[in-house]
Design a protein around this ligand. Structure first.
Ligand code: CIR
Length: 252
């Protein structure tokens, strides 16, 4: 059974890293109850949720996606682009070692899991604010041994590639092409976000279902019309920390 690893919202979340979003107060109770509802949505989608201990001193530690790239046969520990986030990697290492052989990205390369979009054996890596070409090259060399092909995408003005481009179904991408940079969709169809919902391209596919923020109803309508089975969640509080729905879990 697939397990979703999550981590509780830390007390220090108000001091999180921010790049494209203005700092605004985060209501810790609201963030925690929305995060619990997100975990309930994961369970509804059919995965077992394992919540890891909250790390109150690491403001971005709820965003577990960025510290590893988990594939069916290997997990790669990342070296996050933001220095403040590097201690999060040590914390996840023993947990992931329970499930997969481990590989790692080493200095000076930088790579955030949020920049890595796995499309079968094709892996797109966004080069931008957090991930550098060295990170993409290292990941490519590691994953080649497991039969994957890494392609670097020069990201547009988004924090991560997956802020602007995610998989919404078999053969179906969801994109904000103004922010995603120039990617090759291959044989995937692409649904564009509604132009008034630029942050609407971050969707989390869990088995046959998709967890999606309630803040983007026009894009949600496009997804539903294309047959995507949505579970909507209110993810507004952690959006103030520049987090979306993919970044709060690692599926193993
Ligand atoms: C950061 O800037 O690193 C966090 N405040 C937000 C990380 C969001 N992660 C993701 O989208 N994969």
């Amino acid at each position: 059974m697939t397990i979703a690893l999550t981590r509780g919202v830390p007390e220090s979340v108000g001091q999180c890293e921010l790049t494209h979003v203005e700092r605004s107060p985060i209501d810790l109770d609201a963030a925690r109850s929305q995060h619990a509802a997100y975990e309930a949505a994961l369970a509804k989608a059919g995965v077992a949720v394992r919540r890891l201990p909250t790390l109150d001193d690491l403001p971005d530690s709820v965003f577990v996606e960025d510290v590893a790239v988990v594939l069916s046969d290997v997990a790669v520990l990342t070296r996050p682009g933001a220095e403040s986030r590097r201690p999060e990697v040590e914390a996840i290492e023993p947990v992931l070692a329970e499930y997969r052989p481990l590989e790692r990205i080493v200095a000076p390369a930088r790579l955030d899991g949020g920049d890595v979009l796995v499309l079968g054996k094709r892996v797109l890596v966004g080069i931008g604010t957090r991930t550098d070409p060295g990170g993409a090259t290292q990941l490519g060399a590691i994953l080649k041994r497991y039969g994957y092909r890494v392609e670097a995408v020069r990201s547009g003005p988004a924090l991560h590639l997956k802020t602007a481009l995610t998989l919404a179904g078999p053969g179906l991408l969801l994109a904000n092409r103004r922010w995603s940079g120039d990617f090759d969709p291959g044989d995937h169809d692409v649904i564009d976000v509604d132009e008034n919902e630029p942050f609407g391209a971050n969707a989390l596919r869990v088995g046959p279902r998709v967890i999606y923020p309630s803040a983007f109803p026009a894009t949600a309508q496009r997804l539903s019309a294309a047959g995507v089975d949505l579970i909507t969640v209110d993810a507004s509080e952690l959006a103030r920390a520049e987090g979306g729905v993919t970044c709060c879990c690692l599926l193993v």
